[in-house]
Write a protein that binds this ligand. Structure first.
Ligand SMILES: Cc1ncc(COP(=O)(O)O)c(C=O)c1O
Length: 379
C-alpha cells in the first residue's frame, strides 16, 4: 500500500481547496470549524476517481452490488459484526437518509442528546419536527432513564450520534444495550448515525448499535457513509440499513429515488474506501493521535483557562469549555473577528452551551498551534 505516513498539506495548498472549510471565510482565517480533514485523500480512492474522470465515466449511478460485501468485510474485520445488508438503501448523504426516513414515517417528535452535531438540529427543524433534548449526563454518558421517560411520553424516535460528535465519545455495550431495551419496551426506533465509527482510536472498541442484540435489531436503523472517515463529503453517497424483517419494514417506505439521486463518484468511492481504504485509515489514525495529543498539550500551554471536556475516543473534533478565557457572551465571534480563527459555536450544538466551542484538529501541529496562539492573544 502506498500510504504510510499521512501529513496535512501546507496552508498555502489548503487555501486552494474548493470545499466549505476553505471557502466560507476570508483567506486570513484559520478554519477549524467544519469536519473536513487537511490530509490528502487515500491513494486508491484518488486513483479510482482519476480513472473515472480520465475515461469520462461519470453518468448516473446504477446498481451497486459491490457495496454490501465491501462494508460487510470492513465491519467484520473492524468491529467483529456482520451487518444485514439485504434491505440497505443508498442515499446522497447521511443527512438525506435520516431526513427521508423521518419524513417517510411521518415522525413528529425526536429525541437528541446534546451537545450534539448541528446537522441534527437543522434536519429536524427542516422537517418541522419537535426536538426533545435529553442531554448527555455530566460524565457524558447516555441518560437512558431520561430517554426512556420521553419514550414513555410517546416520543417514538431517538437520533443517536455514535460515536458522539462533538465529544468523540464511544458508547459502551452496556449503554447501547440499555438504550435498545428501553426503545424495545416502548416500540421506539433508534436511528444510529455511525458516520464517525471508522475513526475510533486504537484502545477503544466501537460497538455498532445493531450488534448489541435482538432489542437493537428490533429498534434500530444504521445511517453511515465513508464520507467522514475518508474525507469524501463532497462526493455525496451514504446508506441506511436495518436488520431482518423489522429492518426491511422500517426501510420499505423510503423513496427508491434516494439511490438514483446519489453520486456515481461517491458511491463507488465508498466501495473503494471500505474495501481498500484500511491502510490509509490506520495511518491517518496515527496522525490524528499525534494531533489529538498536540491539541491537549497546546491547550494546557497556551490556553490554561480552556478545558478539553474529554480526550476523544473517536474522530477529530474536540469539545472545549472556554468559560475561563472570559471572551464575552459570544466568544466564537471574537475568536473569528479578532482572532481570525473559525470554530463551531457551542450554541450550534445545544442552546445551553454558551461558553463552549468545537475545534477540528485534523490538521498539522503548526496550524493548530498558530490557531491556539491567536485565540490566546484575545484574553
Ligand atoms: C454525526 C454526523 N452525521 C452526519 C454528518 C454529515 O454527513 P453527511 O454529509 O453524509 O450528511 C456529520 C458531519 O460532520 C456528522 O458529524
Amino acid at each position: 500500500m502506498t500510504d504510510s505516513r499521512i501529513a496535512a498539506e501546507s496552508l498555502e495548498t489548503l487555501r486552494t481547496r474548493h470545499s466549505a472549510k476553505w471557502r466560507r471565510y476570508p483567506e486570513d482565517v484559520i478554519p477549524l470549524h467544519v469536519a473536513e480533514m487537511d490530509y490528502p485523500v487515500a491513494e486508491p480512492i484518488r486513483q479510482f476517481l482519476g480513472n473515472l474522470v480520465a475515461t469520462s465515466d461519470m453518468g448516473y449511478l446504477g446498481p451497486l452490488p459491490e457495496l454490501a460485501p465491501a462494508f460487510t468485510a470492513f465491519a467484520e474485520k473492524r468491529w467483529g459484526w456482520t451487518p444485514d445488508t439485504t434491505a440497505a438503501k443508498l442515499a446522497p448523504d447521511v443527512g438525506v437518509a435520516t431526513v427521508e426516513f423521518l419524513r417517510a414515517h411521518n415522525v413528529s417528535r425526536v429525541i437528541v442528546t446534546s451537545p450534539v452535531y448541528v446537522g441534527f438540529w437543522h434536519w429536524l427543524e427542516e422537517l418541522g419536527i419537535e426536538i426533545v433534548d435529553v442531554p448527555l449526563t455530566v460524565d457524558f454518558r447516555l441518560d437512558v432513564a431520561g430517554i426512556e421517560r420521553e419514550f414513555a411520553r410517546g416520543v417514538g424516535h431517538c437520533l443517536l450520534c455514535s460515536p458522539h460528535n462533538p465529544l468523540g465519545r464511544v458508547f459502551t455495550r452496556e449503554e447501547l444495550t440499555a438504550l435498545a431495551e428501553a426503545a424495545d419496551r416502548h416500540g421506539a426506533v433508534v436511528i444510529s448515525d455511525e458516520i464517525h465509527a471508522p475513526l475510533t482510536y486504537p484502545g477503544t472498541e466501537f460497538i455498532p448499535y445493531l450488534s448489541v442484540g435482538e432489542a437493537a435489531e428490533r429498534t434500530g436503523v444504521l445511517v453511515t457513509s465513508s464520507s467522514k472517515s475518508w474525507n469524501l463529503a463532497g462526493l455525496k453517497a451514504a446508506f441506511i440499513l436495518g436488520h431482518g424483517a423489522r429492518g426491511a419494514e422500517l426501510l420499505k417506505p423510503l423513496p427508491e429515488a434516494m439511490h438514483w439521486r446519489s453520486s456515481l463518484l461517491g458511491a463507488f468511492s465508498m466501495v473503494v474506501a471500505f474495501r481498500d481504504g484500511a491502510p490509509w485509515l490506520d495511518a491517518t489514525m496515527e496522525t490524528l493521535e499525534v494531533a489529538r495529543d498536540h491539541l491537549a498539550t497546546e491547550l494546557a500551554r497556551l490556553l490554561p483557562g480552556a478545558r478539553l471536556e474529554m480526550v476523544p475516543e473517536a474522530g477529530y473534533l474536540a469539545w472545549v469549555d472556554i468559560s475561563g478565557l472570559n471572551l464575552g457572551d459570544r466568544p466564537w465571534v471574537k475568536i473569528l473577528d479578532q482572532g481570525r480563527v473559525s470554530v463551531v459555536p457551542g450554541t450550534d450544538l445545544g442552546p445551553q452551551y454558551t461558553q463552549h466551542i468545537r475545534i477540528n484538529f485534523a490538521t498539522s501541529p503548526e496550524i493548530l498551534t498558530e490557531a491556539l496562539t491567536r485565540i490566546a492573544a484575545l484574553s
